[in-house]
Design a protein around this ligand. Sequence first.
Ligand SMILES: [Zn+2]
Length: 340
Amino acid sequence: MDALFIEYRDPIFGIVVFFVAVFIIACANYWWGTFKNDKEKNSIEQFIKKFEVVSDANEYKKLLDEFSISSESLGLLAHSFAKSGEYEKAIGIYLIALKKVKNRDEKQYVLCELGKTYFKAGFLRRSSEVFTEALKLYPRNEEALKYLTVIYEQLKEYEKSLEVLDVLEELNVAVEIEKNYVTSLKVLEDENKSDKTKYNELIELAKKDQIVARMLFEFAKEAKLEFDIEILNANTSLDLLWNSDEEILKKSNLPVIQSMLVAKGVEKEIPEKIPFELEVLANLRKNNYTKAGLNFEYTCSSCKGTFPIHFYRCPSCHALKLPYISLILTKNDYEEYYSF
Ligand SMILES: [Zn+2]
């Protein structure tokens, strides 16, 4: 015991104890630091995983289905997805909302929005089924009926489209233009009728309706049938007239058509009150400059959207109206390359 007491009082023993203590503290500190870092890392990984679950298409649907999110909130969420073109997500959420709706009004609203989304995404058959379901709740739903007539028109089921237009007519909706258009499509695409029969069936309608007039003019050009261009409103058929044979244009005395003939080098006298672009072209031709041509752009009078190809029904808002035609002066080779 005495020996031990003597060793404890030895200064070398004190130094050894000091270094051992420093070593133990350093090890403990290192271990604590490593443990803390691992804990933080695990915590962040778990936090990120929460968001990874939501980014999975099926998991987010499960989440929305399980949580007590109202059908109104789901409707808003789906609407914003549909607006940004994410139709698959929007459709998925509308289907969840459909399970949660509480009354007929809400069900009808969700069905109509779902039908519109299917329509925008190009699923026409599904869209027609959804709108038909909406009509079972409210047969007087004008919006669903209007969509349904366009869907049947695009599916080339013209008889069904006309039936839906009859229903809209009974609801005092003006559908004369739509009926003329669908009837004309039905006649022109009927494989059992000869070209002459199609022409004869539509010529009287064409005299009353400019959409039908233009459709019949296009058809007559293709089928190489005689067509009285005096029936046409030249301003809504400038492109067709410009690309027509001189022999067809010569049959009209309209200043616009006469100016086209000057621009093509057939006539010499430039008439008054014609579009600026045609006046420039006619003057250039009179001075033997032949490198200029015309191109066209089409603007919807309802939504003001502009497109490079002619349309009867606007590709954006689906309004059935002849578009405003803008003339664009261009180089002749450009015009030939992009000719529609
Ligand atoms: Zn439009």
